[in-house]
Design a protein around this ligand. Sequence first.
Ligand code: ZN
Length: 324
Amino acid sequence: MHDLDELRRHLATPLGANHDPDQPPIAGHLLWDTLITAGHTPAVHDHSAGRAITLDLPDGTSIWISEQADITHPPAEHEGWCALHFNDPTDPLGDYVMVYMGDGLTHADDTAACVEAITAWIAAHQAVGAIARQAAYVALPKTIPRETLRMTWVIAYSHPGFNGIRPPTPSTQHAATLIHRSWEKPDPTNPDADPTDLWIYLRRGACTGCPWEGPNRRDHNQAIEDALDHTHPTWRQHPALPTGASGKRAAQLAAHRSAIHPARWFDSGGPLKVTTTIRRDRHEPGRAPGGGYLVKVHQPPKLKPGTAQLSLLDQSSDPEDEDY
Ligand SMILES: [Zn+2]
């Protein structure tokens, strides 16, 4: 129906009083105008052969919007926009997530809902830091597909800053937390990774007091330890204390605990390191005396002679390659 230059000109012509009667109205026109009103810069590209309106994001990714690879159908015949966010816009068969799939709305309502979803999605995609990411996540409209929501970085349930469906709570000092997203692909940090060994989640240490984020990790505890290196850099030097004491022994341990940590260590959200006989025991948020992390340091049980089989059991239960 259009060559690309004609299509671009047509889309960029305002609707309304000066509408050219020789140019039949097309569904893409309202989408184009609504995107511009929402602050976006739409484009029509050669690599999509004009079959989609495209938003190119600064990180090189791209959102394509069309209805079954067409933007030129009459508004009255419009059924629903589909918006896909491609990692590599030159590879239409490559990695993408669905941002919006219209269904059963009028052309005007569908276009408004599509642009709302795209605008909120771009804000979440571009947010950096635990608080900004979580705030953008809870602001996403319900039209974002559930599978797509899982691809968004969020503060992990019950970790600092997490506030359910409400916006997150920032802290006035640096405070460790954990963010994660669904991944289900091989190790993104190693191009030679075993392609069959899929990481279920990507995790990062993060901070509720600033936008800092740690590197991609598979392991829950390792990500939290990255965050503690950011918030409490000397934490690795502190000894791990035993737990489970009672009575006089518990009082002695509490005194020892105060003596070996700097003043205000726990008030500032510092972690408490404790020993555990459980391999890969998870660090727990909020369990240190000031609300910081309880950090679990594995210490195999001391064996009496004749109980060596316990040690074998302990090793055989080590799920080295599981996402934990
Ligand atoms: Zn920080």
